[in-house]
Design a protein around this ligand. Structure first.
Ligand SMILES: *Cc1c(COP(=O)(O)O)cnc(C)c1O
Length: 377
């Protein structure tokens, strides 16, 4: 008997402790973690600087409100601002960050439509869900927020057509579709999106899963020389504390004048104390190491798995990996066998095993994970 909604397909055990890149369940069994709590614990379970900052802040002041100056929010915003080109609004989750982006867009582009891509994922609140063009996520919730338009991802011709026939004010997208199946954007598609931006269409980049070092850059749009008008982060920003942020170019900030948008907990001091330490850890050296480990892990997985008939495709950007299987029914089976053997991984889309190791995982541990996958696939 549970007193919880059963809206998650929960596994029949709980996790009680984490150290480094290892998790322990309620029976003491240990797991090498390739999930990071779905892209949250990028610095692993022993990020002491973050823990200490949160403990100190808890003793000092857990919460006040957004009715006062907030030097800690200023510090975090400065680190996210790409050299003062963007201003930040803080909230508590990815969907709220996207909600803020969509509301800001409505003010900037009144009366125009917002384009989103099939198999993208932007969250579960009404606005973000209306931008999430997946039948299984939208089913039953109509009427959705109007004036969202869908187009296939990485399809340049379809994109050119839809911006021709619809009055599109903004395009929201991921650089790697995470929930949709670890699908990286193509160079052609980026070029087409840049053309749209040149014509005055806003680019909103959802960095909720790809951001904060996951792909080997602080934000994944940096790989492509993209300059979003708006971008959103959440998941890994505070290494385990709930937080989200929406950033927009300075020129758009005045649309959120006093009273236009807000959040009670947004930019809460505990989350900010942690986020500040997380961002301090994202040095160029650290990010270069992530990129290097990403290449190593991708090469190792490719070498061990690509010839197997059970494996259809292996995709990656930085330390975001997707192994597409030939038979989608195998995904839950493989995840269960991995768990039995002390390794946690995720699924994505309908036929993909998704690996999001903490960025602090060693190459030896990645090698171990790849060997286990080799023996099971
Ligand atoms: C997880 C995710 C979200 C939603 O974040 P929540 O914190 O669960 O609301 C939005 N966009 C992307 C790309 C995500 O991966």
């Amino acid at each position: 008997m549970t007193n919880l909604f059963e809206n998650y397909g929960r596994l029949p055990f709980s996790l009680t402790k984490g150290t480094g890149v290892h998790l322990f369940d309620d029976e003491g069994k240990s797991y090498l973690d390739f999930t990071s709590g779905i892209g949250v614990m990028n610095l692993g379970y022993s990020f002491e600087k973050g823990k200490e900052a949160v403990k100190a802040q808890l003793d000092q002041l857990a919460h006040f409100s957004n009715l006062y100056q907030n030097p800690l929010q200023e510090e975090v915003a400065e680190k996210l601002s790409q050299n003062h080109h963007y201003k930040a609004f803080f909230c508590n989750s990815g969907t709220e960050a996207n909600e803020a982006a969509l509301k800001l867009t409505r003010l900037i582009k009144a009366g125009q439509k917002i384009l989103a891509f099939e198999d993208g994922f932007h969250g579960r609140t009404f606005g973000a869900m209306s931008a999430t063009m997946q039948e299984k996520i939208q089913a039953g919730f109509a009427p959705l927020v109007p004036d969202f338009v869908a187009s296939p991802y990485n399809d340049v011709a379809a994109l050119e057509q839809v911006v021709k026939v619809e009055k599109i004010g903004a395009i929201i997208f991921e650089i790697v579709q995470g929930e949709g199946g670890v699908l990286p954007i193509t160079a052609d598609f980026v070029a087409a999106l840049k053309k749209c931006q040149k014509k005055g269409i806003l680019l909103i980049i959802d960095e909720v899963q790809t951001g904060i070092g996951r792909t080997g850059e602080l934000f994944s749009f940096e790989h492509f020389g993209l300059e979003p008008d708006i971008f959103t982060v959440a998941k890994a920003l505070a290494n385990g504390l709930p937080v989200g942020a929406m950033l927009a170019k300075n020129q758009y900030a005045h649309y959120f004048s006093a009273g236009k948008h807000g959040s009670t907990f947004g930019g809460n001091p505990l989350a900010m104390a942690s986020a500040n330490e997380v961002l301090k850890a994202m040095t160029p050296e650290f990010l270069a190491e992530v990129a290097d480990k990403g290449q190593f892990f991708f090469a190792t997985l490719t070498e061990k798995l690509s010839a197997k008939s059970t494996v259809k495709n292996i995709r990656a950007l930085g330390l975001m990996m997707g192994i597409q299987l030939a038979d989608e029914a195998k995904v839950p089976e493989i995840l269960a066998s991995l768990r039995e053997n002390g390794m946690l991984a995720l699924s994505a889309g309908h036929d993909v095993i998704r690996l999001l190791p903490p960025l602090v995982m060693s190459k030896e541990e990645m090698q171990k994970g790849a060997e286990l996958l080799e023996s099971l696939l």
